[in-house]
Design a protein around this ligand. Structure first.
Ligand code: M6R
Length: 366
């Protein structure tokens, strides 16, 4: 049932080229610039007309929400707030009729997220769901939504659900932008075509698995890790750190790279591995200077770079190359090496990767 892999988590990481394609199947036609999400049909006007979107979720689903925040704001020009479902529900959130809430959940059974939905509903919000499990409690509690179609995810550490969530949320943002009339047809077509090329690019990252294993071996006994990224790669840094801590039990923190100088830089010394997502995008030069700050304090840098980058290999300790990707879609590819790195380190430490201590696949208690 693990399809020849040692763990479900590894199988699910390797399934991503297919699961990302599945999450787009029947929804995208790049040649015709056509995009359709059946479960949104009756509510797309409402989404496109909304003045504000609140996204709720927990853990990895919350990280997908942070990615979606950038994408909705950039493409659909709708202000977005992303909230931990548990925080949202325990205050008196300002939600009024006409507000849109998007709830993200792989399992569709997370108690905090479900309670946040009920609260927002009682205040008159329209609720969209992005769930993986068909017919789950959250899917049933929403007004509209789009399933991620990633297939069953068994490993407690969420991997393919994340990339499917980001894919579907990107499609939702594109659909809203198109309906609102704020996206050029050429950009829409370009992004749809780029989306269709993502599975092959993820496949390419998976071919670096052996190299990632060698790097993991070197850092197996690290006590701490820092993950840095900017823009759309900031939530990816958070996700990389979460993967590592939940399955290897190594303390890891994710930060926006520019926040380093406001505190975390004090942690850097020769024993601190720092994973930096330093792909060629609009913040590349800034990230390069953040790397220099880390190197000046003898931190050990593992950089995720865009293939063909000749500058970073000379500056950092290790590089993992990923293909060139449109900046908006970067997280779909840049997260994959971080999933593998966390997996390898956890295996080398002898951890129970699919069922880490103290964790359950779905958290149905408050
Ligand atoms: O099923 P959900 O997406 O609602 O679950 C949310 C979190 O509990 C979940 O993402 C958790 O953080 C994972 N173990 C992360 O890998």
């Amino acid at each position: 049932e693990k399809g020849g892999f040692d763990h479900f988590m590894l199988k699910e990481i390797f399934e991503q080229p297919r699961s990302i394609a599945d999450s787009m199947r029947g929804r995208v036609n790049a040649d015709e610039g056509h995009l359709q999400l059946g479960g949104l049909r009756d509510y797309l006007d409402k989404l496109a007309a909304s003045k504000r979107i609140v996204i709720v979720g927990c853990g990895t689903s919350w990280h997908a929400g942070l990615v979606a925040e950038y994408i909705f704001e950039e493409l659909a020009r709708i202000p977005v707030e992303v909230e931990y479902a548990s925080e949202f529900r325990y205050r008196n959130p300002i939600i009024s009729e006409g507000d849109i809430v998007i709830a993200i959940s792989q399992s569709g059974e997370t108690a905090d997220t479900l309670a946040a939905i009920e609260l927002a509903k009682s205040k008159g919000a329209t609720i969209f769901g992005v769930c993986n499990v068909v017919g789950s409690s959250i899917a049933r509690a929403t007004h509209a939504g789009a399933y991620t179609h990633a297939g069953p995810e068994i490993g407690v550490a969420s991997t393919k659900a994340f990339t499917a969530q980001v894919t579907v949320l990107t499609l939702m943002a594109l659909a809203a932008a198109q309906r609102k009339g704020v996206i050029a047809d050429s950009l829409l077509r370009q992004l749809l075509a780029e989306l269709e090329s993502i599975p092959a690019k993820v496949e390419k990252v998976l071919q670096a698995a052996e190299k990632i294993k060698e790097i993991a071996y070197i850092f197996t006994y690290a006590r701490n890790f820092i993950y840095l990224g900017r823009g759309l790669n900031f939530p990816v840094a958070l996700e990389g750190a979460l993967k590592l801590k939940e399955i290897s039990y190594i303390h890891a923190e994710g930060y926006p790279a520019a926040e380093m100088k406001h505190g975390p830089i004090a942690l850097i010394d020769e024993d601190m591995p720092v994973v930096v997502i330093a792909t060629k995008d609009s913040s590349y030069e800034k990230v390069v200077s953040n790397i220099q700050e880390v190197k000046a304090r003898k931190g050990r840098v593992i950089a995720i770079t865009t293939e063909g980058d000749t500058q970073l290999p000379d500056m950092v300790d290790f590089t993992i190359e990923i293909p060139k990707v449109h900046e908006i879609l970067m997280p779909l590819v840049s997260v994959v090496p971080l999933q593998l790195l966390a997996y390898d380190i956890a295996v080398m430490r002898g951890r129970n990767v699919d069922q880490p201590r103290n964790l359950a696949k779905s958290v149905t208690v408050e």
